[in-house]
Write a new protein. Structure first.
Lengths: 719, 164
């Protein structure tokens, strides 16, 4: 269809950092109102969509065979985002799911997310804007149809992308044919939730068949005519700075087209992947390394008590109570360095020409990727077109994309398309790791056995801080790293005295966003400690938790998932037939989740037989995909809690391959995962990360019931 | 060197400079079939799994010179939308994929397993399917593998199911 003049009338844009008061846990959370606002928005998920919602025609394309192509500014990295967005659009457009196709919007289309795909926000932030865009597009097409059919829009009914009136019909495709100028009407009133045919239904994924037949294009699958292969020399040592390289051996190797030496890296361009790798391995690079780091150095750095504390949550007078009491219970917990280990390595196919560049790649940050590349190769941002592909896993790893810059630099050097990827060893050694953490928890119980005061100290490497997504000016405003403390606040608002303290550590290697951020480690620590306190108080751990949750909407939803998980699993503290249950709960963004793990010990190994998961993400746009996210997150969370650990040995991060980097696989998968979905809110909330929270603690708590061993360090290992 | 083999039922004859080139890169970059994925390059993750003479092979570590005269099947040759392989049909019914990157390797490993063991137990699956999926879709994959065994039995009712 033709796209021409666009009216200046804007849609209602939902924005701003509203709903500050919704952060119900704690009357004091940050002293500074800006900090409080940002913290509130992050904790409630009430963050705005940061992209162009002023015109439907950059979002929707009507094809001549009467299908709709949704150009998505959010990327599909596995969470089913394309499917949820298609359901939301189809319901307002009045087309069938079979008529919906979803593709990644290229950056030059103008439909670009100004921030990122991540943080479990794609469906929730587009919930209102996308349906408004679809409803508006429907009205625009309807007006064109009415004019062509010689009637008025009010007289038209719509079904499956076909208008009808008094026995005459017209398809969307016929209605939009030859339209040269669109008038954008006022935003229509959205349909009543009950009228939706697709939202709320377990529709099969829109990318299901493509992924089963092996046809979708991932970054690594991109090709262009005359494409060459690049390979960049990457350091193995922590903190290594590139000095120079001897390329004399590599230069004359078979298939080598060019070797490019820049101020910060050296790379090869060759005729094939194998030739590029071989030549790269023949380059002798010199690096400056200031210090040879070991795991013990990192563990010493990460200890609570080192550096500056920052109080992020405070209610009552926890500090003095805990200091004065002689019965204060204190426990320490630890989590290790974690790797993303996503299956598709980072890389890009870049083609830099005189006045333009095309970059095809897996990225979670289309705009940052585009701007960084433009800056490095000397083009304007609008001369660089990022063509996002399907992501072979994201998990936060593709929020940093210097790999795109390197491919572009190599392409510019030869004037041809160059595809350049990490090896697996390079992935493991140059990851933006989940930071190690150290937690010190303290509490006192009152005479009734309830918590009188509790304090959580969390020390972590950076997560959000230092990321290109967060301008450095945000660090002093925020004070504490919002990624590191995610999931770390005390969620039991019925406790009279509590506080949470964040300790920031800058580590010598890159640490950053890893699926669910601090939630995984923080929940492991806090919910294991809650179990210790319940045992000290001689109380049932479910009832112990329920009794200390505040009476408000957030508290109600948390209580409901706790009750549902306990009931559905038949939770008991008894060990039956060599199996014990462990209980834990978390609140991530606005999604509470409770899990019960059923565990036995076989050959001195922890075996998880069954996990019951009750989660309330609010309205589930696609309940089947919410379940899929719970199932996957539980196993990924088990993997991180029970197996995964990066070490620092003689200055290098290790291991560097799957296998030695132990992960949960098929044999560790519970035979039963029972997901109970509650929907105590009529708007969609976070889904892709919250179910990672409770699993580590629920397994550890079960192990304690079974063996009497309190495992306070991830990965969980029996003594 | 000249290498001849059959790829998804079609005869291929190629001139390859280095016989040690991994089969994966020949399939992906020369023959342009992108369904077989690179994950680790060390046969540790299984993303590159395809069939050589019916056996599941991790093609990132399989030199091209070894395929002379052999039959290769990739995900593109396993089935298609009109005529899906039972493993693909089961994967669709169970809605297995998330990011999808590792899935062709898992489906190829599963198809080879079911060829040899038409009705695998959970333990057989644990021992045979050792690929890595970071989205951790294992729970649905296990269901899909059992479902594929059922579909196979429906298609070939005369085949004795040995392990049942």
């Amino acid at each position: 269809m033709s796209k021409k003049k666009i009216s200046r009338r804007k849609f209602l844009v939902r924005g701003g950092l509203g709903a500050i008061g919704v952060l119900a846990v704690g009357t004091y959370v940050f002293r500074n109102p800006i900090r409080r606002g940002i913290a509130g928005a992050l904790n409630t998920g009430d963050t705005p969509y940061m992209g162009n919602t002023s015109s439907p025609i950059i979002w929707f394309e009507v094809t001549s065979d009467n299908n709709i192509i949704l150009h998505s500014p959010k990327v599909e990295m596995g969470q089913g985002t394309f499917t949820g967005l298609a359901q939301m659009a189809a319901d307002e457009l009045e087309v069938s799911m079979e008529q919906m196709q979803v593709v990644h919007a290229n950056s030059i289309s103008g439909n670009m997310d100004g921030f990122a795909t991540g943080g479990s926000t794609s469906i929730s932030t587009l919930w209102i804007p996308l349906r408004e865009l679809a409803a508006t597009m429907r009205e625009m097409i309807k007006n064109e149809a009415a004019a062509k059919m010689g009637t008025t829009a009010e007289k038209l009914s719509i079904s499956n992308g076909v208008f009808s009136s008094e026995g005459k019909t017209m398809t969307f495709a016929e209605a939009v044919k030859d339209v040269a100028e669109w008038e954008i009407p006022d935003t229509p009133v959205l349909k009543d939730l009950k009228k939706y045919k697709f939202i709320g239904k377990p529709i099969p994924r829109v990318d299901l068949k493509d992924k089963v037949f092996g046809t979708p294009m991932y970054g690594m699958d991109a090709t262009l005519p005359d494409m060459l292969f690049g390979s960049v020399v990457r350091p193995t040592a922590i903190g290594a700075k590139f000095i120079d390289a001897d390329i004399s051996k590599a230069e004359n190797m078979p298939g080598v087209v060019k070797i490019v030496k820049e101020k910060d890296f050296v790379g090869v361009i060759a005729n094939s992947q194998t030739e590029a790798e071989n030549a790269k391995n023949a380059i002798e690079a010199q690096w400056e390394v200031e210090r040879t780091w070991q795991t013990s150095d990192i563990e010493a750095m990460i200890a609570v008590g080192e550096g500056e504390p920052f109080v992020i949550q405070k209610e009552g007078s926890a500090k003095s109570i805990l200091e004065d009491s002689e019965d204060t219970i204190i426990s320490e917990y630890k989590s290790p360095i974690g790797a993303h280990a996503q299956l598709e390595p980072n890389g890009a196919l870049a083609f830099v020409e005189e006045n333009k560049a095309t970059i095809m790649m897996s990225t979670q940050v289309v705009k940052i990727t585009r701007d960084e590349i433009a800056d490095r190769i000397g083009l304007d941002s609008d001369q660089v077109n990022i063509v996002p592909t399907f992501l072979g896993g994201g998990f936060g790893r593709r929020l940093h994309t210097p790999n795109g810059i390197q491919a572009a630099v190599l392409s510019k050097a030869v004037g041809k398309p160059v595809k350049c990827f990490f090896t697996r060893k390079e992935e493991f050694q140059n990851d933006t790791f989940r930071p190690p953490t150290h937690h010190v928890l303290k509490a006192t119980l009152d005479t009734e056995g309830m918590i009188e005061a509790i304090e959580h100290n969390v020390s972590s490497g950076d997560v959000a801080f230092g990321s290109p997504m967060l301008p450095s000016i945000a660090e002093p405003i925020l004070g504490a790293d919002l990624g590191a403390w995610r999931g770390g606040m005390i969620q039991y608002g019925g406790i009279p005295n509590y506080r949470t303290i964040s300790w920031r550590k800058k580590l010598p290697f890159a640490t950053s966003w890893w699926r669910s951020l601090g939630l995984l480690a923080n929940t492991f620590a806090v919910e294991s400690f809650m179990d210790e306190l319940a045992i000290a108080a001689k109380k049932n751990p479910v009832e112990f938790r329920l009794a200390q949750i505040q009476d408000d909407d957030r508290g109600f939803r948390l209580k409901e998932v706790i009750k549902a998980a306990a009931e559905k699993s038949g939770y008991t503290e008894e060990v039956i037939d060599g199996r014990a249950m462990g209980f834990a709960a978390s609140t991530d963004v606005n999604t509470p989740c409770a899990q019960v793990a059923e565990v036995s010990i076989e050959n001195n190994q922890i075996k998880v037989h069954k996990v019951t998961c009750a989660m309330d993400p609010g309205l589930a746009v696609n309940p089947d995909q919410v379940r899929a996210q719970c199932e996957g997150s539980i196993i990924m969370g088990m993997s991180a809690s029970m197996f995964e650990k990066m070490e620092v040995e003689d200055g290098e991060l290790t291991p560097t391959i799957y296998g030695p980097y132990q992960m949960a696989t098929m044999r560790n998968t519970p035979k039963e995962i029972d997901v109970v979905l509650l929907q105590n809110s009529d708007v969609p909330g976070a889904v892709g990360e919250p179910p990672l929270g409770p699993i580590g603690a629920s397994v550890a708590n079960a192990v304690f019931r079974l063996t009497g061993q309190r495992l306070r360090e991830m990965p969980l290992k029996l003594g | 060197m000249k290498i001849s083999f059959v790829l998804n039922g079609v005869s291929k004859s190629l001139e390859i400079a280095d016989g040690n080139t991994p089969l994966l890169w020949v399939i992906r970059d020369i023959l342009d079939l992108k369904g077989t994925k690179f994950g680790c390059g060390k046969a540790a993750c299984g993303a590159c799994t395809l069939h050589v003479d019916g056996n599941a092979i991790r093609s990132c570590s399989y030199p091209i010179q070894l395929v002379e005269g052999k039959q290769i099947t990739t995900i593109e040759g396993l089935g298609n939308e009109e005529n899906p392989h039972p493993v693909q049909q089961a994967w669709i019914e169970e809605i297995v994929p998330q990011c999808g990157y590792c899935q062709p390797g898992f489906m190829m490993a599963t198809a080879a397993l079911l060829d040899k063991n038409p009705n695998p137990t959970d333990e057989d699956i644990d021992n045979a399917i050792t690929n890595v999926c970071r989205c951790a879709t294992y729970y649905r994959m296990r269901k899909a593998i059992h479902r594929a065994a059922e579909l196979n039995a429906e298609i070939n009712p005369n085949t004795d199911v040995q392990n049942s």
